[in-house]
Design a protein. Structure first.
Length: 109
């Protein structure tokens, strides 16, 4: 997974965790809604200044956007599946995420 995709996925996750729409985040960060969408999809990369603004707005350290703490594996199929799961989870609202956690817990316990 590219750094731009990791960044975008993490941005989306933290934006949703703060219950912000792309338009609301864009306004707070002085960006267009289209730019926020492109960043979240990994199509565009933000400047360092924008990363700092997003970090401040979402109240998270800058490094979390870059996937610090992600487990990187050399097994490409496993990496692809984990990436796909992470992307799906990042799109869930809070209630859906709680249910997904319960289901995952039931599978792994």
């Amino acid at each position: 997974m590219s750094l731009a995709t990791v960044f975008g996925t993490n941005l989306r996750h933290h934006r949703k965790a703060k219950h912000l729409t792309q338009a609301q985040l864009a306004e707070k960060a002085s960006l267009s809604t289209e730019m926020v969408s492109k960043i979240e999809r990994g199509i565009a990369a933000p400047s360092f200044t924008t990363v700092e603004k997003l970090s401040e707005i979402l109240d998270v350290p800058e490094v979390v956007f870059f996937g610090v703490g992600l487990i990187v594996t050399t097994d490409s199929e496993r990496t692809r599946i984990l990436s796909k799961i992470q992307t799906k989870l990042s799109r869930l609202n809070e209630d859906q995420l709680v249910r997904a956690d319960r289901l995952l817990g039931a599978l792994t316990d």
